[in-house]
Ligand binder design. Structure first.
Ligand code: SAH
Ligand code: SF4
Length: 344
């Protein structure tokens, strides 16, 4: 079945050349989360015909869990029965959706639940957009007053391992005839595929780029992030500088603190020297412990201590609130738990 949400405006117009307005109207209706029945400006027989051949959104909400702070964790089902997850975080300044770009991940980071079973498959642009559409509809309806104002591509998957689809998704979700989220309000997190970071810098897209650094020494980084054997720290830092030069956007370095692994004063010192010389910010994250992995989180005090060291070295840094901890917030954990329960 054709995934209509994966098609851009021109492709929709080509697929539905008559009547002339149809492609454009469908684009807006689909991005607003309307069912075919709700597309009342289309003739009834046309709606029936569309219903017989197409689906409006390849993503449906299977389960949702509401956390203490209003955070909602979604478990989504795809048309082939696969499951993915997303987290919706309402704030005063706007509402952020954290979404997935792949089912699983093949990067194999030693602290992460998403990569435990490797990569199942890439998500289509429509399956990424469908997560935004489903959450907008669930939190507001089908009007233009959309719930989701900010996006972070930090759910399961490595966005740059699904490069073309992610780029098409960015074009779709920022389109003015659709959801129209400005790229200023979109963050993309990558484990550091340096070639793709450079290609992305040249692509004209201007999202906030987050680099998952997590260790300032190559040997240590390779031991927790195997991708470092291919793209080492120096390569990633120079690609990040290139991204800043091309886009003017400050690069964020993510640093998940793992007790006894990357939380030493030497690590703070080296991290400070790596991020010096161009506009950056360090986001410290306390490890969200994954039961299948044996890494431990440092205490809150040790986390604050690491932050203080960085600040004393002149680094702009903050501790990121661990989001949705009470509802299996760490990427990949909810889906695993659900699959485990189903197989019992
Ligand atoms: N694959 C991309 C984006 C998804 S992961 C990437 O790695 O950047 C989003 C962020 O969550 C990354 O910085 C990742 O390293 C971090 N992360 C993964 N598992 C985690 C865990 N158990 N605790 C804390 N952060 C984690
Ligand atoms: Fe993949 Fe990111 Fe998890 Fe690493 S941290 S396994 S790159 S999703």
């Amino acid at each position: 079945m054709i995934d209509l949400l994966s098609l851009n405006l021109n492709e929709l117009k080509e697929l539905f050349p008559e009547p002339k307005y149809l492609g454009g109207q469908l684009f807006t209706f689909l991005h607003n989360g309307c069912s075919f029945d709700e597309m009342t400006s289309l003739k009834k027989d046309l709606r029936e015909q569309l219903k017989a051949e197409y689906i409006t959104n390849p993503v449906t909400i299977l389960k949702k869990f509401v956390g203490k702070s209003g955070t909602i964790k979604y478990l989504f089902a795809l048309t082939d029965g696969n499951l993915i997850e997303g987290v919706y975080m309402p704030h005063d300044y706007g509402n952020t959706l954290c979404l997935s770009t792949q089912i699983g991940c093949r990067m194999g980071c030693s602290f992460c639940a998403s990569g435990l079973d490797g990569l199942l498959r890439n998500l289509t642009p429509g399956e990424m957009l469908g997560q935004v559409v489903a959450v907008n509809r669930d939190n507001g309806g089908t009007t233009k007053d959309r719930a989701v104002t900010n996006l972070v591509l930090m759910g399961s998957g490595e966005p740059f391992d699904n490069y073309q689809n992610v780029l098409k998704f960015l074009d779709l979700v920022s389109h003015e005839k659709g959801i129209g989220i400005s790229e200023r309000n979109i963050s993309l997190s990558t484990s550091g595929l340096a070639d793709k970071v450079r290609e992305f810098a040249d692509s004209g897209h201007k999202v906030t780029l987050s680099i998952s650094l997590h260790a300032p020494f190559d040997e240590l980084r390779s031991s927790i992030m195997p991708v470092n054997k291919k793209y080492n720290i120096q390569n990633i830092v120079s690609a990040s500088k290139y991204y800043f030069e091309k886009t003017g956007r400050r690069v964020i370095f993510e640093y998940t603190l793992i007790k006894g692994t990357n939380d030493s004063p030497e690590c703070a010192k080296e991290l400070a020297s790596l991020t010096r010389g161009f506009p950056t910010h360090v986001n410290l994250i306390r490890l969200n412990e994954v039961k299948e992995r044996n890494h431990k989180a440092p205490t809150e005090d040790a986390t604050k201590e690491f932050l203080k060291r960085l600040e004393a070295l002149g680094v702009s840094a903050t501790i990121r609130r661990s989001l949705g901890n009470d509802i299996e917030g760490a990427c990949g954990q909810l889906r695993r738990r659900y699959l485990e329960e189903q197989s019992k």
